[in-house]
Design a protein around this ligand. Sequence first.
Ligand SMILES: COc1cc(O)cc(C/C=C(\C)CC/C=C(\C)CC/C=C(\C)CC/C=C(\C)CC/C=C(\C)CC/C=C(\C)CC/C=C(\C)CC/C=C(\C)CC/C=C(\C)CCC=C(C)C)c1O
Ligand SMILES: C[S@@+](CC[C@H](N)C(=O)[O-])C[C@H]1O[C@@H](n2cnc3c(N)ncnc32)[C@H](O)[C@@H]1O
Length: 327
Amino acid sequence: MAAPSSFLLWSYYGHGWSRVMRYCRLPGLRSSWPGGPLGARHLSQEKRATETHFGFETVSEEEKGGKVYQVFESVAKKYDVMNDMMSLGIHRIWKDLLLWKMRPFPGTQLLDVAGGTGDIAFRFLNYVQAQHQGKQKRQLRAQQNLSWEEIAKKYRNEEDSLGGSRVMVCDINKEMLKIGKQKARAQGYKAGLAWVLGDAEELPFDDDKFDVYTIAFGIRNVTHIDRALQEAHRVLKPGGRFLCLEFSQVNNPLISRLYDLYSFQVIPVLGEVIAGDWKSYQYLVESIRQFPSQEEFKEMIEDAGFQKVTYESLTSGIVAIHSGFKL
Ligand SMILES: COc1cc(O)cc(C/C=C(\C)CC/C=C(\C)CC/C=C(\C)CC/C=C(\C)CC/C=C(\C)CC/C=C(\C)CC/C=C(\C)CC/C=C(\C)CC/C=C(\C)CCC=C(C)C)c1O
Ligand SMILES: C[S@@+](CC[C@H](N)C(=O)[O-])C[C@H]1O[C@@H](n2cnc3c(N)ncnc32)[C@H](O)[C@@H]1O
């Protein structure tokens, strides 16, 4: 797993800086909050039930799911390369940090919602396998008198190499899952991994089923974030943990200004050049500005019933990891 770079350390400790500029300050880019997850209070009573946002566009709630589906259907093939290009690989460090925060134990049952092309799931499998192998080696060293057949058997047992841990990747988009499955085959991930097509707002699982629920860069795209959070709470076992990696609010004015310039001037261009898709990357940067701040999102997680809710801002608040427990 990659060690945090000096850039990351700079950014990691940047989260204490003052939050001065809350929203995008590029002229004409964002003059109002068109009914965001918390901003619905700006809409009339009548509109509140039906309207939401898709980037900076106001759309009906019925329309939003279809539009989000089209975005990820369109970007699926270029999704991984775009992430490396846009973030110069920094998204990998954020995802590693999510795993380090999770610290899964042997036997952890993980549900990765909006799991897309499997980035979190593969990291989870690498992590639990490394942990389990380390533990097995220590045990083998302690049991000096095992025969070589017994030692070889321990190494061969694929399921056992994960110590019973499993990850279920759930995503609403067939194309993203297709790319994820292809990657899993190519990289040799098989044991302890399952894929399911499903909506974060209506998860196809029983109550109290998972130890950990993760959602990385997914919840921003969901129409009813409150429903997705309630579903996360429902499917977690008592004692289970919710972890969300998502874009958040930058609190340093200078970095915020550069980040806005980069987001609006560079990212759609990269989208067009690499993926032939300006619009989807315009949606990406707009949807980031619509998402609630660290504190607002923390409140939403608490409203869904989670306790001990905390968050950590990374890279000056470009992203944050929120954590909560079902107690
Ligand atoms: C459709 O929905 C989606 C599609 C997807 O593919 C993915 C997602 C979900 C998203 C992810 C999994 C992660 C995606 C990552 C990002 C959106 C990028 C996050 C951004 C960063 C980590 C870098 C943050 C940048 C700054 C703090 C500002 C620094 C910016 C600059 C120095 C450049 C300022 C830009 C201008 C003045 C405009 C003109 C510049 C140019 C034409 C030159 C172009 C420059 C570059 C390409 C270099 C960019 C530099 C960086 C990326 C890193 C810079 C690092 C530092 C300053 C330390 C999804 O939902
Ligand atoms: C930016 S990708 C994140 C993929 C992956 N978690 C990662 O970190 O690279 C967002 C994913 O959310 C999925 N998604 C959007 N709305 C969803 C919903 N209502 N339920 C489940 N997945 C959804 C999309 O299909 C897409 O695969």
